[in-house]
Design a protein around this ligand. Structure first.
Ligand code: ACO
Length: 380
């Protein structure tokens, strides 16, 4: 008989990785040894994607070449183009992302190879394509023309240009870039684990990413950022006179009902998520410059109440909601925006898994009946 399982694999070390490391008690996060507090605002998303995918920080020439590779990779394959409008009409954003990545694999010249050089090229193309897929989806569903990509712009600025149809300010682009840095990798989170399980069968990178996108979608994982915004908006619409004051009663009502408050709690962090520290600051800055600090003030109040009631801290998804809202990103695109960043980590994990592979196949504890006798139909 197998040992008792750890529910949800809590505290189980499921893989070795050199990509990221969390100290849950101290609230620290590192990408390949670099502290997230140094990287947030100190490194660009392209540098981080390079660091994760290729193992060390890029020099100036490497970065220029990588940025060029990403700019060239911003193109939709034929199968995505042919199905874009139909998918945009009939699938929600994360369903569409799952479909598009699957369709995109058909047009990837390296689709049939898991060789390290082919995987590196696919990894760069996937990072390049994901923001384009989000923007193209949004354009198609709103019957708007997709603004052409600007090869001179980095990922964040180009995404805001294509998604909003007009250029972002330099500071807006910088803030989204920091968000992408903060979300790029996070040890054995559920979507990364799903990607690694798939990759460990020696399946291909696109299949692993499709598994990851489907996993990120859930509200207990990346889907929480959208739920945070919906909660804030609901409280605001119910109490338009003083939504900040209404937060406490609504949080207590939900907790009393046994609901979870989205954007709070974490399996690994026992203190503040270091990513939330930066996102809180960015949310405050953007809210102030937008002239409407309501959601930010509501969020600060919610933080106080949830901590007082449950001792829980905000996770990465909580303040990301206000940041994305202030960046005029539609609420249902919040999780796809998360996927644009996590693509860097997922692809790096697939390559790490392929480089030193063993099938991931845990055991299970059997809790069903035993020793039953089968009676063929008609003989009972
Ligand atoms: N609101 C209210 N109570 C909570 C919350 C929350 N957000 N999170 C945990 N708790 C409570 C649980 O009800 C449980 O209480 P109990 O012991 O009295 O039953 C206890 O804390 C432990 O909770 P679990 O769900 O068992 O903790 P777990 O480690 O499995 O879950 C998770 C972590 C999924 C993140 C959880 O905190 C949660 O559901 N949070 C809300 C969803 C969310 O924000 N997800 C995004 C996470 S970050 C990311 O994935 C990018």
């Amino acid at each position: 008989m197998a040992d008792q399982p750890s529910r949800g694999l809590a505290d189980v070390v499921a893989a070795s990785t050199a990509l990221s490391d969390i100290d849950g008690r101290a609230g620290r996060l590192f990408y390949r040894g670099y502290d997230i507090h140094e990287l947030a605002g100190g490194a660009t998303f392209e540098e981080i994607a390079y660091l994760l995918q290729r193992g060390s920080p890029p020099g100036a020439g490497d970065l220029a070449a990588y940025r060029e590779e990403l700019a060239k990779g911003r193109s939709l394959g034929a199968l995505v183009r042919e199905n874009l409008e139909r998918v945009a009409r009939s699938q929600s954003p994360m369903e569409a992302m799952r479909t598009f990545v699957s369709l995109a694999s058909a047009d990837d010249p390296d689709k049939d190879s898991n060789a390290p050089d082919a995987n590196l090229r696919k990894a760069a193309r996937l990072v390049a394509q994901q923001p384009l897929l989000v923007a193209a989806y949004h354009a198609a569903r709103t019957n708007s023309p997709l603004v052409p990509a600007d090869p001179g712009l980095a990922t964040a600025a180009n995404f805001l240009l294509q998604m909003r149809g007009e250029p972002a300010t330099a500071r807006e682009a910088e803030i989204l870039d920091t968000c992408l840095v903060l979300h790029a990798d996070h040890t054995m989170n559920a979507s990364t684990f799903a990607a690694r399980v798939c990759a460990a069968t020696l399946s291909d990178m696109h299949s692993a990413i499709v598994a990851a996108i489907g996993t990120l979608r859930g509200p207990l994982h990346g889907g929480a950022n959208e739920q945070v915004m919906l909660t804030l908006a609901q409280i605001r619409s119910q109490s338009p006179q003083d939504p900040v004051a209404a937060v406490a009663a609504e949080v207590r009502r939900r907790l009393g009902r046994g609901d979870k408050i989205m954007g709070f709690g974490h399996r690994v962090y026992k203190t503040e998520d270091p990513r939330a520290t930066h996102l809180r600051e960015l949310a405050g800055e953007l809210a102030q410059s937008s002239g409407d600090e309501t959601y930010y003030r509501m969020s600060r109040r919610m933080e106080e109440v949830v901590h007082a009631e449950k001792g829980l801290y905000p996770n990465v998804d909580f303040f990301a909601a206000t940041v994305y809202h202030c960046l005029k990103i539609p609420t249902d695109l919040f999780t796809p925006v998360f996927s644009m960043s996590r693509m860097a980590g997922w692809t790096a994990h697939v390559m790490e898994q392929h480089a030193d592979n063993r099938l991931i196949r845990p055991d299970s504890e059997y809790i069903g009946e035993r020793g039953l006798t089968w009676t063929p139909l008609g003989q009972g």
